[in-house]
Design a protein around this ligand. Structure first.
Ligand code: DP6
Length: 335
């Protein structure tokens, strides 16, 4: 058997940071994002004589995988088998499979490459046996590899419903509105291509050590419901206010955890200052958000797109990506 799927990152408007169960990546609260249409990852999973995992970058060069990368995929397959068993499905993902990743996403630059990779492999696993899993079940498999991957299964705008308890299926993805609902852009400014020192997995595990963690958790249900209604009503300003508040709050929690995690650089802060000036002088519908890195995402409406693109392209030494709302994870080939 051989299956190939394609997926893209999603960028959170209400951020997931911190788990109630780190092993199963069960988030502490709900979160919300927009799935973008590019860059994409293709993954092929096929039967093989032994286990192999190979990863290729956009230019065709093979990436040198570290022990910990391979261990993460092995653990993910093991957790996927636990989940399939939980569902009462007899067919498990075999030990000897060949996984080939072809990624158009530069690694570790705040472009959610793990979200695209684990949603993509979840789609392959969910179709590997005789049983075709539904999107909700595939989103659970995605979550077992990377929390934010739960949301990339769906196109448009989607949420993680965190649920409660410690059962493997208690947190899952749900679509809020599909990709045709609201044509928005995410113009991405990448100030640095360096790999980050502390990844999200380690970060989630220390989120609770911030003195402001409890306050964050208490604010999340209000933020989530405000952002969902702003999306459903296409209310850009409401969405901007709540998502910027949540983004800066997440970075505050990161910076006050022990060890402090400082993902935003001076470049990030300079760009934010200039975006705010541009927004008020030209009355543009644009909002900023950053994940675990210095990369700035500028979400904007079609009317603001040209101004935001020329602002982004004027940033010295930065890489710029232009993206729009994407369709989520899809099956490319099954044989
Ligand atoms: C800051 O999903 O990358 O991007 O489960 O360890 O892969 P792992 O964490 P990950 O965490 C994402 C955190 C975030 C916010 C978000 O996407 O909601």
């Amino acid at each position: 058997m051989k299956v190939t799927a394609r997926s893209t990152p999603n960028i959170a408007l209400i951020k997931y940071w911190g788990n109630r169960n780190n092993d199963l990546r069960l988030p502490a609260y709900d979160s919300l994002s927009m799935t973008i249409d590019t860059p994409s990852v293709d993954i092929t999973v096929e039967d093989s004589e032994n286990f192999s995992l190979r990863s290729f970058l956009a230019d065709g060069t093979e990436k040198n995988l570290e022990e910990k990368d391979i261990a993460r995929f092995m653990k993910h397959r093991e957790l996927t088998n636990h989940y399939l068993h939980f569902l009462g499905i007899e067919e498990m993902i075999p030990e000897n499979i060949a996984i080939t990743i072809e990624s158009g996403i530069p690694p570790s630059i705040g472009l959610a490459s793990s979200a695209a990779v684990f949603s993509c492999i979840a789609k392959c696993y969910g179709s590997f046996g005789g049983t075709e899993l539904n999107d909700e079940q595939v989103s659970v498999i995605a979550r077992l590899g990377s929390g934010s991957a739960t949301r990339s299964i769906f196109g448009g705008f989607s949420a993680i419903e965190a649920g409660d308890g410690n059962d493997i299926d208690t947190a899952k993805g749900v679509q809020i509105a599909d990709e045709s609902h609201w044509p928005l852009y995410d113009i991405i400014i990448v100030p640095s291509q360096e790999e980050k020192a502390v990844g999200s997995t380690e970060g989630h595990a220390i989120a609770q050590t911030s003195p402001d963690w409890t306050q964050r958790v208490e604010a999340m249900p209000r933020r989530q419901s405000e952002c969902i209604s702003a999306i459903l009503n296409k209310d850009f300003e409401k969405r901007q206010v709540v998502s910027e508040e949540d983004c800066m709050d997440m970075h505050h929690v990161m910076e006050t955890s022990s060890t402090p995690l400082k993902y935003l650089s001076n470049e990030t802060h300079r760009i934010l200052g200039e975006v705010k000036e541009l927004r008020s002088s030209k009355h543009l519908e644009v909002l900023y958000t950053m994940d675990a890195g210095p990369t700035v995402h500028l979400f904007c409406t079609p009317d603001a797109r040209a101004d935001i693109l020329s602002f982004a392209n004027a940033q010295q030494g930065c890489t710029v990506f232009e993206t729009t709302v994407g369709p989520g994870t899809s099956m490319i080939e099954k044989a």
